[in-house]
Design a protein around this ligand. Structure first.
Ligand SMILES: *Cc1c(COP(=O)(O)O)cnc(C)c1O
Length: 407
C-alpha cells in the first residue's frame, strides 16, 4: 500500500476555531526534541509558566499546561475541584455551558443550572441569586461561548463568589487573548484555555492557572501513586477523596511542573514549544494591544457582514470580539454557501449547534487571522458566493464597510 504524504490545501480558517496557526508557532513546533528533564526543557517549562502568568494576568505560582485539547483542561479543573456530592452551579448561555454541566455530573456533582436564551448573558444579580439559593461549592462558567458568540461579563462574579465562599472556575478557551481577562483582578480561582482560538496556535494544549484558594481544595485531595511512593513525601497526602483521574489530576501535574519535577506524564514537547511561542508572541505584542486588535478586526467583520445587508444574531453589546453569528438569509442554502467558500475560495466559516443549527454561520477573526487581509478576503468571497446562491447583497458593501472601520 502506498499512501501519499500529508499535503493539505492552504485553507483560510475563518470559523469559530481552530484558526490558522501563526507561522512562527508552526516553526517552533518543528524544533528538535529534548528529554523531559533536560535543563533546556525545564527552562522552557519555567518560561511557559511565567509567560502564561502574563497572558492570564495572575501571580498564581501554579500556571501550567494540561496536555490535551481545551476540553482536557476543563475536565482536569472539574475532576480536581469537584468531590462526589458537591453542589456545582453552572450558568448556561450556550453549548459550552452544557459541556461544563455534563463534565461536572460525570465527576459526581449535584449540578444546578440557570439559563438565559441563546444570544444573551447573565447579570451579576441573576448569578448571585442562584448562588444564594443553591449554596454551591463551585460556580463553573464560560467566558466566551462561541456557540452563541456571547461574552459573559465576569468582573463581578469573582467578588460574589468570594463573598459567599464559593470557588469560581472559568473556561476562557475561546476568549483569552482576544477579550479582556483578569484572573487576579476578577478573583477567578481556576481558569483553563486552549491554543486554537485567540492564542493563534493549533489545538492540543490547555493553558491552566490555579489560585491558592483552588490549590487548597486540590491539595486536600492529594494522592500519591504507588509506583513513586518511595521517592516522595507521602505525608503530603490529603484527607479528601482522591481525584478520580490520574492523567488529569492537577495535584500530580503541579508536582511535575513544580520544583520537585515528579514524573507524571511526558510533557508533550512539540505542543509545549507551540504554547511557548503563542504566549511569547502575545506578551511581546502586549495583552491590551492584542485585545484591541481583535476588537478592531471583529468590528470590521461585523460592519462588513452588515454592509452586505446581512443580519447578525444575538445581543451585539455582549458579543465576543472574535466571532460573529450571521443569520442565513431566507431561501439560501447555508451548507451550500459554506461548501462554495471552501471549494472555490479555500475559506472555511463555521456552522452552528443546537437552537441555532441551520440558522446562522459563525465567522471568526482571531489569533493569526485577526488581520485586515483575511477579513477583506472573506468578505469579498462571501459576497460572490451569496450572489451565486441567489441572495440579495449590497455590491461592494462588505469590503467597503470594513474599510470604513479601518479608515
Ligand atoms: C472551542 C472551545 C472549546 C474547545 O475545546 P477543544 O477540546 O479544544 O476542542 C472549549 N470551550 C469553549 C468555550 C470553546 O469555545
Amino acid at each position: 500500500m502506498t499512501v501519499p504524504p500529508i499535503d493539505p490545501p492552504p485553507r483560510l480558517l475563518m470559523g469559530p476555531g481552530p484558526i490558522n496557526a501563526d507561522p512562527r508557532v508552526l516553526r517552533a513546533m518543528s524544533a528538535p526534541l529534548v528529554g523531559q528533564f533536560d535543563p533546556v526543557m525545564t527552562t522552557y517549562m519555567n518560561q511557559v509558566m511565567e509567560l502564561y502568568r502574563g497572558v492570564f494576568r495572575t501571580t498564581n505560582e501554579h500556571t501550567l499546561l494540561v496536555d490535551g485539547t481545551a476540553r482536557a483542561g476543563i475536565e482536569a479543573a472539574l475532576v480536581s475541584l469537584v468531590e462526589p456530592g458537591d453542589r456545582v452551579l453552572v450558568p448556561v448561555f450556550g453549548r459550552f455551558g452544557h459541556l461544563l454541566t455534563e463534565i461536572a455530573e460525570r465527576c459526581g456533582a449535584e449540578v444546578h443550572t440557570i439559563e438565559v436564551p441563546w444570544g444573551e448573558v447573565f447579570t451579576p444579580e441573576q448569578v448571585e441569586a442562584a448562588v444564594v439559593a443553591v449554596r454551591p461549592a463551585l460556580v463553573a462558567v464560560v467566558q466566551g461561548d462561541t456557540s452563541t458568540t456571547m461574552c459573559q461579563p465576569l468582573a463581578d462574579l469573582g467578588e460574589i463568589c468570594r463573598r459567599h465562599d464559593v470557588l469560581l472556575y472559568c473556561d476562557a478557551t475561546a476568549s483569552l487573548g482576544g477579550n479582556a481577562f483578569e484572573t487576579d483582578g476578577w478573583g477567578i480561582d481556576l481558569v483553563t484555555a486552549g491554543l486554537q482560538k485567540c492564542l493563534g496556535g493549533p489545538s492540543g494544549s490547555a493553558p491552566t492557572t490555579i489560585s491558592p484558594r483552588a490549590l487548597a481544595v486540590i491539595d486536600a485531595r492529594r494522592h500519591v501513586e504507588a509506583g513513586i511512593r518511595d521517592s516522595v513525601d507521602v505525608a503530603r497526602e490529603g484527607s479528601g477523596t482522591p481525584i478520580r483521574s490520574n492523567y488529569l489530576d492537577l495535584a500530580q501535574i503541579m508536582d511535575y511542573w513544580g520544583p520537585r519535577r515528579l514524573n507524571h506524564h511526558t510533557e508533550a514537547t512539540s505542543m509545549l514549544y507551540a504554547a511557548h511561542e503563542c504566549a511569547r508572541l502575545l506578551v511581546e505584542e502586549g495583552l491590551d494591544e492584542a485585545v484591541a486588535r481583535h476588537d478592531l478586526h471583529g468590528r470590521a467583520m461585523l460592519a462588513g457582514v452588515q454592509g452586505l445587508g446581512l443580519r447578525v444574531f444575538g445581543d451585539v453589546a455582549h458579543k465576543m470580539t472574535n466571532v460573529v453569528a450571521v443569520e442565513i438569509p431566507a431561501g439560501v442554502d447555508g451548507d451550500g454557501v459554506r461548501t462554495r467558500l471552501l471549494e472555490d475560495h479555500d475559506i472555511e466559516i463555521g456552522t452552528s449547534f443546537g437552537p441555532l443549527h441551520g440558522r446562522v454561520w459563525r465567522i471568526g477573526t482571531m489569533g493569526f487571522n485577526a488581520r485586515r487581509a483575511p477579513v477583506l478576503t472573506t468578505l469579498a468571497a462571501l459576497e460572490q458566493v451569496l450572489r451565486g446562491a441567489g441572495a440579495e447583497v449590497t455590491a461592494g458593501g462588505g469590503v467597503g464597510a470594513a474599510l470604513e472601520v479601518y479608515a
